[in-house]
Design a protein around this ligand. Structure first.
Ligand SMILES: [Fe+2]
Ligand SMILES: [Fe+2]
Length: 481
């Protein structure tokens, strides 16, 4: 067996041992909460049997998570983080469900907490799977603890869990697209009301007392609202502890109070204004191709943050006609300019920014040449130039966000320097930018399809004229009066 395989087998065995311990702890705490009694160790045989059953569920989830973590959408999250987020959510979901069932009602299980938390932090379909695992664990732990033999009570737990899981699935569906705190609370309220008749239908299978039916319906609504309250309280903690960038956290990042943006605004106002414009274009492009618009906006805001190290070397920040490049040889000028990608990457890494934003900073010029100086030296030396000396270090874009920033960055700078005369020249110029990057191989590893590029081109062509609209010249208007 190779060293690599040995290590993988060792790692899996260690994870299985940890999962067994977690399952045992969950069963013991779950039994305590269900029985409302801390002295459960006398039932050690039952504890062992339940631990094995819950461990099997946890192991099935591990296999599923292992399979899912290979998908492109989850590759930015490490496997350890994935496991930690998912299993803590499941265990917490099981325990609060045992407590809610025992102290309130078995229809008041906040299982939607698991689907929402895992759905927001990882992925919706992983959230649905986690809810199934948590719900089945509650179904196993609670009836076997004390209620075995009491058929209506077992039915209550089983159907309560089923209703809780279904609420979780519907709630998970709510956050499939973009979500806001209001949408989450409002959605929970609607789902709670919609699930009430469903819980009555479930209860009618084994009870006929109208008061009990109504109790179960109200308990279902309470369970769902409890899930949203728990999410609101625990999500910021999860975001910070596991450094996960949810839409909520990204929205906080793209406010102008963010220290790095403040610094950019104060020290490089020209770059700041350019970054805002690039961010607007990038957000529109992200919406068009169906990726996260908050992340795209954040990439736009921070892509040139490295320029704040030496802002005067960039034309957009130069004042009073002074250009430090007039006093430098082209090679030095180029190194001062190209440095902003690596400097930005280091600044963003030090600030613990999301990987996509750091990558956008270092990748948005790919390994293309600094055209102005390259052409200048080429004309002086009659073509005898080592082009590598005039190029950015790269790498070329490896994410859709970096590629969008690359295209929007060039278009914004190009049309700011020379606004397009008409729609035809605009389309031709944007088409030229995309084609030249494709021909240079800059977009080979970014994951954008030709259809995505077509949508990006259409979006930029729509957004540029709107950003360059004309306004009334107030001085001339006054003169006319
Ligand atoms: Fe740049
Ligand atoms: Fe830029």
């Amino acid at each position: 067996m190779s060293q690599e395989k040995k290590q993988a087998a060792l790692r899996t065995t260690a994870i299985m041992c940890i999962l067994f311990l977690v399952a045992a702890l969950t069963v013991i705490l779950g039994m305590m909460l269900t029985l409302n009694n801390w002295n459960v160790f006398a039932h050690y045989d039952r504890i062992l049997a339940l631990t094995v059953a819950v461990f099997v569920l946890f192991a099935v989830f591990y296999v599923y998570l292992n399979y899912s973590s290979n998908s492109r959408s989850l590759e930015s999250m490490s496997k350890t983080k994935l496991l930690a987020v998912a299993y803590t959510a499941i265990v917490f979901g099981i325990l609060i469900s045992c407590a809610a069932g025992s102290y309130l009602n078995w229809y008041a299980l906040p299982l939607a907490f698991v689907s929402l938390l895992v759905g927001i932090l990882i992925r919706v379909r992983v959230g649905v799977m986690a809810t199934i695992i948590a719900g089945m664990s509650v179904m196993i732990i609670s009836p076997a603890t004390e209620l075995i033999g009491d058929a209506p009570a077992v039915m209550s737990v089983v159907l309560g869990c089923f209703t809780g899981k279904l609420s979780g699935f519907v709630m998970a569906f709510l956050i499939r697209k973009r979500y806001s705190r209001f949408k989450l609370t409002w959605g929970a309220l609607i789902v709670s009301l919609a699930m009430m008749p469903f819980s009555v239908l479930m209860s009618i299978l084994y009870i006929s007392d109208p008061e009990l039916l109504l109790n179960n319906a109200i308990a279902t609504a309470i369970g769902n609202m409890l899930a949203v309250a728990l999410i609101t309280a625990s999500l910021p903690l999860y975001e910070r502890i596991f450094n996960v960038w949810t839409d909520f956290r990204l929205q906080e990042l793209i406010t102008l109070r963010q220290p790095l943006l403040k610094k950019l605004n104060e020290e490089a106002p020209g770059t700041f204004s350019h970054s805002m414009a690039v961010a607007n274009l990038a957000e529109n492009c992200a919406v068009a191709i169906g990726i996260n618009p908050y992340m795209a906006r954040a990439c736009g805001y921070f892509h040139d943050i490295g320029k704040s190290k030496n802002p005067q070397f960039f034309i957009e920040n130069q004042k009073d006609g002074y250009n430090p490049h007039d006093e430098l040889i082209p090679e030095v000028s180029v190194s001062m300019i190209t440095r902003h990608t690596t400097a930005g990457y280091e600044m963003l890494k030090a600030a613990h920014m999301p990987e996509e934003i750091c990558k956008a900073a270092i990748e948005h010029h790919g390994d293309s040449p600094v055209s102005y100086f390259y052409m200048k030296v080429k004309s002086i030396t009659e073509g005898d130039v080592d082009d590598k000396e005039f190029c950015y270090e790269g790498p070329c874009p490896t994410t859709k966000y970096s590629a969008i920033i690359m295209i929007c960055d060039i278009c914004e700078a190009m049309f700011r320097a020379k606004p397009p005369e008409d729609m035809q020249s605009l389309e031709k110029a944007v088409d030229g930018v995309i084609k030249s990057r494709l021909n240079e191989g800059q977009l080979d590893d970014c994951g954008l399809t030709m259809h995505d590029l077509k949508l990006i081109k259409q979006t930029i062509c729509r957004a540029i004229p709107a950003s360059m609209h004309k306004r009334i010249d107030y001085d001339k208007a006054k003169e006319r009066r």
